[in-house]
Design a protein around this ligand. Structure first.
Ligand SMILES: [Zn+2]
Length: 338
């Protein structure tokens, strides 16, 4: 039996003799979310193949994995996850896929903030502080080196440049946010994704939803935010790219503040947008927040009174049209009646 097997194997291998050796397949890395996929892509360069599970714009808190995700994970050699209950679905996905590689939790070493609404649970959004981001980068570099030690030098080279860029960005964000007057430094967003950001850069954070989006909005939360807006001089609130903006739009309208812009928290933006990379996302958020919170509230009220004459002109026009219409209708009726 063994002899027969060897013969078959030799015959199958014969056509390959003399051919160029197949290029070695690249190590396959799967990251749970787009921010982490981007980090792995920068450090791994073109030596690895990176894919993400939750697509751009998706919400990792409530994501439901597909059979295609299971196939993707099954083919991977390394899975990168945030942990801290960010991807509650990932363990089951990995287990059911038949994956036999390594899972790396890239928040290892981060000083976690405990979640306010869930007992014994941590806030997962550690990447929102660039200083924590440095820990993510180191963990990913280490995981890649373990996965493919033959590329250790390249991974380390890319890591060093990336680390420097993120360190510079961290300082830039700190300095940029310092421009917001103290009494306006309150960041109101869709969900509680900015605690690490607030802690690092000295911003008070308030949100409609908790650290996970997997919950209903309570009227007490709306009351709390209305109170914050009434008692402070905060001129703007912010929506998030992955969450329905409706509630914040109502909140802004009720309190006569503006929507200061859209922020990236749980997903990067599309490739060509300002939030298309992890560094870009952090920079975009800092710029948008500073611009929004540096406004004067009175500017907003002026804007609204400026709009009123336009509305009046439109209304006047409509009345004029109606009057002209009825005039011509009467003339027509009189003519046909005569
Ligand atoms: Zn989140």
């Amino acid at each position: 039996m063994r002899g027969l097997f060897l013969l078959v194997w030799t015959l199958m291998a014969l056509p390959l003799i003399g051919q160029e050796p197949e290029p070695k397949p690249k190590p396959k890395v799967v990251a749970s979310a787009s921010m982490f996929a981007d980090m792995a892509e920068v450090i791994g360069g073109n030596l690895i193949e990176v894919q993400m599970i939750v697509p751009i714009g998706g919400d990792p808190h409530i994501y439901e994995p597909t059979p295609a995700d299971a196939q993707m994970v099954a083919r991977a050699n390394l899975v990168l996850r945030n942990g801290l209950t960010f991807e509650g679905w990932i363990d089951e996905l990995v287990e059911n896929s038949g994956f036999d590689g390594t899972i790396s939790t890239i928040t290892e070493g981060v000083e976690a903030i405990s979640s306010e609404e869930y007992e014994n649970s941590a806030d997962p959004h550690a990447w929102m502080s660039a200083r924590n981001g440095l820990i993510y980068l180191r963990n990913i570099r280490d995981a890649l080196v373990t996965l493919a030690p033959e590329y250790a030098e390249e991974f380390n080279f890319n890591y060093q440049i990336y680390r420097q860029q993120l360190e510079d960005l961290d300082i830039w964000i700190e300095e940029t946010l310092a421009a917001i007057p103290r009494h306006k430094r309150i960041l109101i967003t869709s969900h509680d994704a900015f605690r690490y950001f607030g802690q690092r850069y000295g911003v008070r954070v308030e949100a409609v939803l908790g650290t996970s989006t997997d919950a209903d909005v309570q009227t007490s939360d709306i009351r709390r935010l209305n109170r914050v807006l009434q008692e402070s001089e905060v001129p703007a609130v912010f929506i998030e790219s992955t969450i329905n903006p409706k509630l914040l739009q109502v909140l802004a309208k009720d309190n006569q503040v503006v929507i200061g812009g859209s922020l990236y928290a749980d997903s990067l933006g599309e490739k060509d947008s300002s939030g298309g990379t992890y560094l870009g996302m952090l920079e975009h958020n800092a710029r948008t927040i500073v611009e929004g919170l540096s406004r004067e509230r009175s500017q907003i009220e002026e804007q609204e009174t400026e709009e009123t004459p336009v509305q009046q002109i439109v209304l006047f026009g409509v009345i004029l049209l109606l009057m002209a219409g009825s005039f011509f209708f009467m003339v027509y009726k009189l003519n046909t009646g005569a």
